[in-house]
Design a protein around this ligand. Sequence first.
Ligand SMILES: C[S@@+](CC[C@H](N)C(=O)[O-])C[C@H]1O[C@@H](n2cnc3c(N)ncnc32)[C@H](O)[C@@H]1O
Length: 232
Amino acid sequence: MPQKETVKKMFNEISGRYDFLNHFLSLGIDRLWRKRLVREMIQGKPEHVLDLATGTADLAIELLGQSQIRITGVDISEKMLAVGKEKIAKAGLSSSIDLISGDAENLQFSDKTFDAAMIAFGVRNFENLDKGISEMKRVLTKNGKVMILEFSHPASFPIKQVYGVYSRFIIPLMGRLISSHPSAYRYLPETVAAFPSGEAFLNIMQQAGFKDCRRISLSGGIASIYIGTKPD
Ligand SMILES: C[S@@+](CC[C@H](N)C(=O)[O-])C[C@H]1O[C@@H](n2cnc3c(N)ncnc32)[C@H](O)[C@@H]1O
């Protein structure tokens, strides 16, 4: 698992280019994946949602566009948060959301504070995945939902092969050229390959004590939304 200080430094360094590169390298598909998660989230009509590893707040902004909800967003990178705060102010959403600095693996909130938690492309960066997942559970109320959007491993031809070439060669090259960061976009395919996907990730959620765990596969398995419910 990556080291927290390295992750924080890397996201601070790429914060100014993060949004552009995200949408450019995913051909805009990351927006559809976040929308899909938001569709699931609003079905449960939560009132106070925690957005972990909120970064530049794209997921939080998407959710606020669909529903009148209160959101708390947390991230370890001050510079990602600064970009997010600017976007939120521009969108006139500042009264519905708090963006605060914090560590998802050691949350500053009391038990049972939120009735739902979400995280997009964040869990893969955790230094200690089990700790991060158990913290999500701790701060949820009974029957609270967790929704985790993350890259996964596509299994079928030709998506597996095409995406394999794209993520191993094109993303690192374009990412390096545009962000001028030597390693940030090599980090992406390396961490995705090493990260549990599909059933393996659902098992981790179940072992952490979530019930009714299920997966929504996106774009042939390039990404997945994992959903679980806190039983007590
Ligand atoms: C790939 S970005 C995702 C940002 C955003 N959720 C999105 O969908 O674009 C990953 C974010 O996770 C944050 N992060 C990594 N480890 C973290 C931790 N332990 N606690 C809080 N944030 C963390 C990074 O600072 C970064 O902003």
